[in-house]
Design a protein around this ligand. Structure first.
Ligand SMILES: C=CC1=C(C)c2cc3[nH]c(cc4nc(cc5[nH]c(cc1n2)c(C)c5CCC(=O)O)C(CCC(=O)O)=C4C)c(C)c3C=C
Ligand SMILES: [Fe+2]
Ligand SMILES: [Fe+2]
Length: 339
């Protein structure tokens, strides 16, 4: 029986926490024109001349701290999820996992599907919100690879699932475990940031994103492809599910790289403001990630904790991501079958 192909794709992670592998990963990642979206010569100088040489060793040390016996958390959780979703979908489907950068590579996953002569391919980026640097890059790469095939099978691309109730319920459930057990002064929804320039580029009207006040706090037809608007929408669905009041939570953006402005407010700034207001205990969800990774485990769990402490706060607690939660398998099955 010919099967329906399902391709799950996450960002990728180094093959090992050694500096040379981290360097290779950062080089492939940051040389992507959708990630550092400047002219190729400038990108080459910036990435290979400045960012990677400056960053590789320090990043490798951080990867060493989060690395598990099975490997990088992002990859380990992704494989666990793959096993569960394969079991769930059964014989009718052939499911592959790929990473946009490093391994398992998109090329090898797609080649397996080509060899199997699958009936169709549906691409599901493991990112709830669309950003050009993530989902856009995955879709572009899949199209580039498949464009070389003699037979181009029916293809489907999932753009986003920022408003998926099943997904939101799991983030809410994970947060409630902390909210029910202890007292927290505020909840943060801390998303991976993107440069403001990329947001403006994604707005085809050129009249909306960062042009009108509170441009993307409401998710509408006008801004339906805007990453920020989708982050607000995810937050709204999760906050409703938890039962949070408007003044009990704040949306913010982390992981800024370089000196140009990224989406704001920055998580660091919000943490400082909260500390100045006397807030001591902060619970942080990070629903741009479906698997815990360096950005959640280290940036939130270690760096923001230390930073908040230096401002006079007490505790920053990271809420676990979806990882290999059986309810995430339910939600992902629905996304695969119905989006
Ligand atoms: C969730 C969506 C993501 C967006 C949007 C995104 C954009 C983006 N990222 C960088 C630079 C870095 N990101 C890094 C790690 C990283 N980023 C994402 C997701 C998004 N990135 C994930 C899931 C991860 C974790 C990978 C892991 O192995 O755990 C890193 C590397 C980490 C480090 O060295 O500290 C960099 C660098 C840019 C420039 C960007 C632009 C839009
Ligand atoms: Fe990133
Ligand atoms: Fe926007």
């Amino acid at each position: 029986m010919r099967k329906k192909g399902i391709l799950l794709v996450n960002l990728g992670t180094p093959d090992s926490p050694e500096t040379k592998d981290v360097r290779t990963y950062l080089d492939q990642f940051l040389m992507d024109g959708r990630v550092i979206d400047i002219n190729p010569i400038g990108r080459n100088l910036l990435v290979r001349g400045i960012i990677v040489p400056k960053r590789a060793k320090n990043s490798a040390n951080i990867y060493k701290e989060i690395w598990t016996e099975q490997g990088s958390p992002l990859l380990v959780y992704s494989y666990e999820l793959l096993d569960l979703i394969k079991e769930r979908l059964g014989e009718e489907y052939h499911v592959e996992l790929a990473m946009r950068y490093q391994n398992p590579s998109l090329e090898s996953a797609l080649d397996k599907m080509r060899q199997l002569n699958v009936d169709s391919i549906k691409v599901i980026p493991l990112f709830p919100q669309y950003a050009s640097a993530t989902t856009g890059s995955i879709h572009q790469m899949v199209m580039e690879v498949i464009s070389q095939w003699q037979v181009i099978p029916p293809l489907q691309f999932v753009n986003n699932y920022c408003d998926h109730k099943g997904m939101a319920k799991i983030f809410a459930k994970n947060a409630k475990r902390y909210l029910d057990a202890e007292k927290w002064d505020h909840v943060l929804f801390s998303y991976h940031g993107v440069p403001q320039r990329q947001m403006k580029k994604a707005d085809v009207s050129k009249k909306h994103c960062l042009q009108v006040e509170d441009c993307c706090k409401t998710y509408t037809d006008t801004n339906k492809f805007c990453y920020t608007a989708q982050c607000y929408q995810t937050t709204k669905v999760i906050a409703e599910e938890i039962g949070l009041l408007a003044d009990e939570y704040t949306l913010c953006f982390q992981s800024r790289l370089g000196s140009e402005p990224w989406m704001q407010p920055y998580t660091s700034t919000v943490l400082k403001d909260l500390a100045d207001k006397g807030k001591k205990r902060i619970l942080v969800l990070s629903p741009a990630f479906v698997a815990d990774c360096i950005e959640t485990i280290y940036e939130i769990g270690v760096e923001y904790q230390e930073e908040f402490h230096s401002y006079g706060g007490e505790k920053v607690q990271m809420v676990e991501s979806l990882n290999a939660d059986p309810e995430w398998v339910d939600a992902l099955e629905d996304i695969i079958l119905n989006r």
